[in-house]
Design a protein around this ligand. Structure first.
Ligand SMILES: Nc1nc2c(ncn2[C@@H]2O[C@H](COP(=O)(O)OP(=O)(O)O)[C@@H](O)[C@H]2O)c(=O)[nH]1
Ligand SMILES: [Mg+2]
Length: 454
């Protein structure tokens, strides 16, 4: 399976390399993800109150005592647990200064954070495909926020953006989202709700169903205030069995099942990641296409206008010179030359810049015109408009800063390749991925016709 996934990854990289990167450069669109970003191993970030059972869960997943656990706040750092044939630990400064590891970006959060980062290499099978990141417990008191000495929500955001799954643990003692947890939801997890898995952990601690229902209700109530989604995310109610501990009084079967589902989600990450990367590729290509088409159309409007003005000037100059020569008024030629120069200056310095500003101000109209047919289809119209709203500010900025005259005309071949990529290649890549997951033909399967053409 790993080999098949590697083939998909290579195809995705190929699409970025050609045609997307050259077109993105030509129209100054944002850069595609780097090879390093595309190749980084799938990651799971574990967040939650201190003592909510994150480290215990990590140990359970790996079947080994990798992380220290305990009721007292034993751990105040970020621990990256990844695959290594020999068990070794590396400290923060070594981790962030190693260019082969994808953690150099953490350096700008300062020495205080770096000294709280640790990398553990362990020979556990699961780590071959997934990297786990255990985090310091969030503290539910407002005043504790300054105590860490680094930007905690910022660091969480950094990890969360690069993770494929973010697990947020709550426990019976603190099913609320106050203090730091609230800040983290608002500042670090906004916009990545689709990666969140919410866990009400340690359910074996409840004495009765009534207590469980109260805690579950409190958690839902609190999440409703901070998670920006129309529906409530799925909550996994579970626990990690520990040796020698008394059995819970609640029937545990469903909670055991939830833990199995959770672990299955983690095992599925490599394929989920590939699916995400195809979605990311499609989103990039769709936005690049909009950006490039609109700027190209604006630039050609401007070029046409400029050509028209230049021919008017030329004709005017030719007519005046001809008139002067034919009517024998050679003496008037210097005056004609001065008038021509003044007209050229007026057009180049006033009229054309004004026209350029007007065209840049009308990108919306150009977008509407280019997509008039597509915009008649209702579902498509909403998506398209939302996408254009996202792309517009950058397109406008580029047009204002670079000037429309600097864009080379978009080649017809590039346009066709972009359309083919969106309408055929990417949907086919996705259906091939689904086929491969089902164990069917991985190569050159025809696109499934129930997938929407992009
Ligand atoms: N009853 C119960 N206790 C748990 C469970 N998971 C962890 N614990 C205990 O809770 C305490 C804190 O766990 P730990 O994993 O260190 O929490 P962390 O601070 O989130 O990493 C430890 O004493 C664990 O033994 C669980 O599912 N049920
Ligand atoms: Mg811990």
């Amino acid at each position: 399976m790993q080999h098949v996934m590697e083939q998909f990854a290579e195809k995705i990289r190929e699409c970025y390399r050609d045609p997307l990167d050259p077109i993105a450069t030509q129209f100054m669109f944002r850069r595609p993800p780097t090879v390093g970003e595309l190749q980084r191993p799938p990651q799971v970030l574990l967040l939650g109150n201190h003592s909510s059972g994150k480290s215990t869960f990590v140990n359970h997943l790996l079947g080994a005592g990798v992380q220290k656990t305990g009721v007292a706040p034993t751990d105040d750092g970020f621990t990256i647990v990844t695959y290594g044939q020999v068990s070794t630990d590396r400290d923060g400064p070594t981790v962030v200064s190693n260019p082969d590891l994808p953690y150099e970006g953490l350096r700008h959060f300062g020495d205080q954070l770096v000294s709280h980062v640790r990398l553990k290499l362990r020979p556990a099978e699961l780590l071959r495909t997934v990297t786990l990141i255990d985090s310091p417990g969030m503290i539910d008191e407002a005043k504790s926020e300054d105590g860490r000495g680094y930007d905690f929500p910022g660091v969480v955001r950094w990890f969360a953006e690069r993770a494929d799954l973010v697990m947020v643990f709550f426990d019976p003692d603190k099913p609320g989202t106050t203090g730091e947890t609230l800040r983290v939801f608002k500042e670090s997890l906004a916009g990545i709700e689709h990666k969140l898995l919410i866990i009400l952990n340690k359910v074996d601690q409840f004495d009765n169903l009534h207590d469980f229902a109260r805690a579950y209700g409190a958690l839902c109530w609190n999440l409703g205030k901070v998670v920006q989604r129309k529906d409530l995310p799925m909550i996994y109610n579970t626990f990690v069995p520990r040796e020698g501990k008394p059995k819970s009084r609640l029937p545990m079967d469903d909670f055991e099942k939830a833990r199995e589902d959770l672990i299955e989600e983690i095992r599925r990450i490599p394929t989920r990641r590939m699916d995400n990367q195809i979605t990311q590729l499609q989103a990039f290509a769709e936005r690049l296409r909009l950006h490039a088409l609109v700027l190209d159309a604006a630039a050609s409007r401007f070029r046409m206008l400029r050509a028209r003005w230049r021919s008017i000037l030329f004709l005017l100059f030719a007519a005046l010179t001809g008139g002067a020569v034919f009517s024998g008024l050679i003496i008037a030629l210097p005056a004609v030359a001065v008038a021509a120069l003044a007209a050229v200056a007026l057009v180049e310095l006033v009229t054309l810049p004004g026209a350029k500003r007007r065209i840049v101000g009308r990108l919306d109209e150009i977008f509407e015109k280019l997509h008039d047919r597509e915009l008649l289809v209702r579902d498509r119209a909403e998506d398209l408009r939302a996408m254009w709203d996202e792309v517009h500010p950058h397109a406008r900025e580029v047009a204002e800063k670079r000037g429309l005259q600097s864009f080379k005309k978009m080649r017809w071949a590039d346009r066709t390749v972009l359309d083919e990529l969106l309408q055929q290649d990417i949907p086919k890549l996705r259906s091939n991925l689904y086929d491969a997951l089902r164990g069917g033909p991985a190569e050159d399967a025809p696109p499934r016709d129930d997938r929407p053409a992009a």
